[in-house]
Every structure is written in C-alpha cells, then in structure tokens.
Design a protein around this ligand. Structure first.
Ligand code: CP
Ligand code: NVA
Length: 306
C-alpha cells in the first residue's frame, strides 16, 4: 500500500490489519511504551482547512513513533493557487518522508499522491474522511467486539464526507449500515453503489431512508456530524432549517438499542445536530473516539512509512 486516500481502496483484510495494528499500538502506549518505528522521519501536514484533531493527533502520533511533523497552514502553501498541485507534490516530497493533506477538492489529494515520491494520507476532502473512518471502527470494535456481523451503525444527517467513509468501512467489515437524512442530502449514487458492491461480499445490510425511526431501530451505534461542512458556510442558515428534524437527542437515542453508543467525529455544534444531553450522557463515546484518531493514524503511519 503506497498511499491512504480512501477506505474503499482497502481490502477487508487490509482494513482489519490496520485496525489490529492500531489496537496493538494503543495497548503499548497505554502501558507506557512506544516503538520508535519512524525514528528520524518527518511527516508534512498540508492544511487547506482548519483542524484540531487531525493536526494534533498526527503531530503527537509522529512524536510517539520517534519522528516529527511539520505543520503547513492554509496561508503558506496555498495549494493550487501559489503553486500547482503537482509542483507542490514534487517539491514537498523531496524534503519529507510522508505527506498528510486536508483539502477541499478530492482531486487535489489524488494529484498529490500521483506526483509525490512519498506516501500521501488523506486527512479529509470534500468527498471522504478515511482517517476518521478508521478511528471510528476502532471505537466500535472496542465497544462492541471484533465481530460486527449483525451489528448496526446508523448515521443521522448529511450524506457527507464522513458518512461516505463510514459506509465504506461498514460494508467492508460486514456491519449493517443505515443512513437517514433529508431529501436532497443523501449519499451520492456512486458512493452508495460502491458500498452495495462491498456489502454483496461481506453480507452487510444497507439502508438509506428519510425515515428516522426505521434507521434508528436496533442501532448499536448512532453517529452524527455537522449539518454544514467546511466550505459550505454560505448554505448554513438553510441547512439548519432543513436538518432540524434530524437532531440526535435523548428521545431519538432511546429508540436505538439500550446499550447504543453515540458517536460524532467532532467538532460538534451542540444544540444543532446533537444535544448536550447526548454529548455528555451515558451513551457518549465522543472523547475516546477523538483519542482513537491518534491510535488509528499511528497504524497508518507505521504501515506507509515504517
Ligand atoms: N474530526 C476531525 O477531523 O476534526 P478536526 O477537523 O478538528 O481535525
Ligand atoms: N463533515 C465535516 C467533518 C469535519 C471533521 C466537514 O467536512 O467539515
């Protein structure tokens, strides 16, 4: 594996392998040890958008592995503006041993990978968020066990980048996946088709609906994300109105399994897509989920750069 751009690029075995390595690295870290697998190596972090988790979890992950990270803000590289994307890849990959990029257009992370001499990791694009997806399945496995057959993940809200990676992860791992949101904000058809292809092999049951009750019934994990993703700010007011019925609150969560876990990739807009009661309530796994970004990404870094 040369790059980490999309969970859909992985085989189920590769995805399982990454998750197992993440579990191992996490166990080691909890016991107070870290393997300097990337001693002397540097990861370049290219950001076109803001971040808390992605930046800090990659920087800390590199430190744990004996390497270092270089943060390059949206104002420095100006990907595709100050310099073409292929030229950025050509130059940056002469200095660093790996590149993590958070971009608007997914095509830009693909172009970086095409022209880079070192591995490229997708730290979120408008299309998907595979690092988040990997951390999320780590969290689900920790809470529900390794066997995800017959387990159900329900995503409530926008058929966005995060939902895309969750569909791919679930359908590769054999977990059932349901998504409910307003009409016009469903997952793109090509994403759904790819998920169905994976599900035909893994046995996952997939459901896309506008009916919240149908989606949430029997859910082992309920997941939501912001209604307005980065780059869609001008639609924010309209989206608040349209998505209001799809808020994840305690009443809705009560319709899932009694031991359901509540998930959110964060940042959360409390009072919009999720309430304080859910964020801070007994079903929430939000903070462990955020921590798992670091453990999951250490596995990606070790596989690609080790
Ligand atoms: N979940 C996530 O990617 O968070 P950041 O945008 O803060 O990196
Ligand atoms: N869907 C959100 C995820 C943030 C981590 C966005 O793209 O802004």
């Amino acid at each position: 594996m040369n790059h980490f751009l999309d969970l859909a690029d992985l085989t189920p075995d590769e995805l399982r392998g990454m998750l197992n390595l993440a579990l191992e690295l996490k166990k080691e870290w909890k016991a107070g040890g870290n393997h300097p697998l990337l001693k002397g190596k540097t990861l370049g972090l290219v950001f076109q958008k803001p971040s808390l988790r992605t930046r800090v979890s990659f920087e800390m992950g590199m430190i744990h592995l004996g390497g270092q990270a270089l943060y390059l803000s949206p104002f420095e590289i100006k990907l595709g503006e100050r310099e073409s994307v292929p030229d950025v890849a050509r130059v940056l990959s002469r200095y660093v041993d790996g590149i993590m990029a958070r971009v608007f257009a997914h095509a830009d992370v693909l172009t970086l990978a095409e022209y880079s001499r070192v591995p490229v990791i997708n730290g979120l694009s408008d299309y998907n968020h595979p690092c988040q997806g990997l951390a999320d399945f780590l969290t689900i496995i920790e809470n529900k066990g390794q066997d995800l057959k017959g387990r159900k993940l329900t995503f409530i809200g926008d058929g966005n980048n995060v939902a895309t990676s969750l569909l791919f992860g679930a359908s590769l791992l054999g977990m059932d996946f349901a998504i409910a949101g307003p009409q016009g904000y469903e997952l793109p058809n090509d994403v759904w088709t790819l998920g169905q292809k994976f599900a035909a092999t893994s046995g996952s049951q997939l459901l896309a609906t506008n009916d919240l009750g149908e989606a949430i019934a029997g859910a082992d994990a309920v997941y939501t994300d912001v209604w307005t993703s980065m780059g869609q700010e001008e639609e924010a007011q309209e989206r608040v109105r349209i998505f209001q019925p799809y808020q994840v609150n305690q009443e809705l969560l009560a319709q899932a399994k009694p031991d359901v876990i509540a998930m959110h990739c964060l940042p959360a807009h409390r009072g919009h897509e999720i309430t304080d009661g859910v964020c801070d309530g007994p079903h929430s796994v939000l903070w462990g989920q955020a921590e798992n970004r670091m453990h999951a990404q250490k596995a990606i870094l070790a596989k690609l750069m080790g």
